[in-house]
Design a protein around this ligand. Structure first.
Ligand code: ZN
Length: 394
């Protein structure tokens, strides 16, 4: 049978970004490129998303991470890849234990109530449920297996009920100097000044529990997992020995993701643990990072009272994913206007292959959503409808 003629290239004299698109994108062979790294996928694409510690309500900074993780999955699906996501819940954590205590509640029951609110927010934001949602307290045996594997490889040692991972090499791998690394390790509760450790960057895979802490029996005594070890174990348990993309907020780059990846590689011998990382830029408010501890935050649930989830998605997505930005309520009017422009473009006739191809190319090039939206709004038709579908804005 005669093959149909090849579709023309994108150089059709169309205005704007479309003219620079010389070849149509063939989604059967197209690869996503993240931060300069092409990610060809054969078989399922595995995404691990560092999830919530369920001790308080969701703010816009959290939402940014989960909405971008959602779009990452959608763009990979657009290329025909099967996508498997694992988004953990850190429900064994000292901050959570203290928050539950302060309210006179048991940590796991309190965590479940917070998870329920989080999931309501995610649904309203159109974030698709992950394939796996591991909870730390269900993976205690996996953390103990991780500790045993690290001890067997001499990548960990036992001290007074702790199992410490030898993390000294992580600092250089992360491209940090020792002072910067020490400051960050202290800020995230790694206790680099603890005299029990052979090196300041050794971190607990397992640690003994106090009276108020959740505790499980182990070969090293009653205790509980360390934070980085929880994520290493949950990623292994749900996705296997490596992932295609490790996702989290920018502040999780070090020490959390650096230690998690190093532990996973040391235990399994398989590396790199993550082929690429997506660290979503922080959301600031009143000049500093939105944070529960400082109280300068805007809650997703509050914004949802006056704005549809699609407008909040647009607010979060119409910017480079890696860049920190300052939230102000005035930005919501811009997000609504951009959404209206996209919908009206989607209603226009026309199905220029070149425009659709240009929008697709933007999405595949480091998830350039603002660039894809520019093409879609300008060209309209199928390019705009593609954006509504892939970004889940309908
Ligand atoms: Zn994590």
């Amino acid at each position: 049978m005669a093959m149909p003629p090849m579709s023309p290239s994108g150089v059709l004299g169309l205005p704007g970004r479309v003219t620079s698109q010389s070849e149509p994108v063939d989604l059967r062979t197209a690869d996503l490129q993240l931060s300069g790294t092409f990610l060809p996928v054969v078989g399922p694409a595995r995404i691990y998303v560092c999830g919530i510690t369920p001790y308080d309500v969701t703010h816009l900074g959290h939402a940014a991470t989960f909405v971008w993780a959602d779009v990452l999955g959608a763009v990979l699906r657009m290329t025909g890849a099967e996508v498997v996501t694992s988004r953990n819940v850190t429900d064994v954590d000292d901050v959570l234990t203290r928050a539950a205590d302060a309210r006179g509640r048991h940590y796991d029951e309190f965590a479940l109530s917070q998870e329920f609110s989080f999931e309501q927010d995610m649904r309203a934001l159109g974030v698709r449920p992950p394939t796996h949602q591991p909870r730390a307290r269900h993976h205690i045996a996996h953390v103990q297996q991780l500790a045993a594997a690290l001890l067997r490889n001499d990548r960990a040692y036992v001290r007074e009920g702790h199992v410490f991972f030898r993390g000294a090499g992580v600092v250089a791998q992360a491209g940090l100097d020792a002072d910067q690394a020490r400051r960050l390790a202290a800020e995230f509760g790694d206790q680099p000044d603890d005299a029990l450790r052979e090196d300041p960057f050794d971190v607990p895979v397992w640690r003994p529990s106090g009276e108020q802490d959740p505790a499980w029996p182990s070969p090293w005594g009653w205790g509980r997992p360390g934070w980085h070890a929880e994520c290493a174990a949950m990623a292994h348990a749900t996705l296997g020995h490596g992932v295609d993309v490790l996702v989290g907020g920018e502040d999780l780059r070090f020490p959390h993701h650096a230690q998690q990846a190093a532990m996973a590689e040391a235990a399994s011998g398989v590396g790199p643990f993550a082929r690429a990382q997506l660290h979503v830029g922080a959301v600031h408010q009143d000049g500093s990072k939105m944070s529960k501890s400082t109280g300068n935050l805007t809650l997703v649930a509050d914004l949802l009272r006056d704005h549809p989830g699609t407008a909040l998605r647009m607010l979060l997505l119409d910017r480079p994913w890696s860049r920190a930005w300052e939230y102000g309520p005035e930005l919501l009017a811009g997000a609504h206007a951009r959404l209206d422009a996209l919908f009206s473009a989607a209603g226009r006739r026309g199905a220029s292959e070149a425009a659709t191809s240009a929008a697709t190319a933007c999405l595949l090039t480091d998830l350039d959503v603002p660039g894809a939206l520019d093409v879609a709004v300008q060209e309209g038709g199928e390019a705009a409808r593609l954006l509504v579908r892939v970004l889940a804005l309908g």
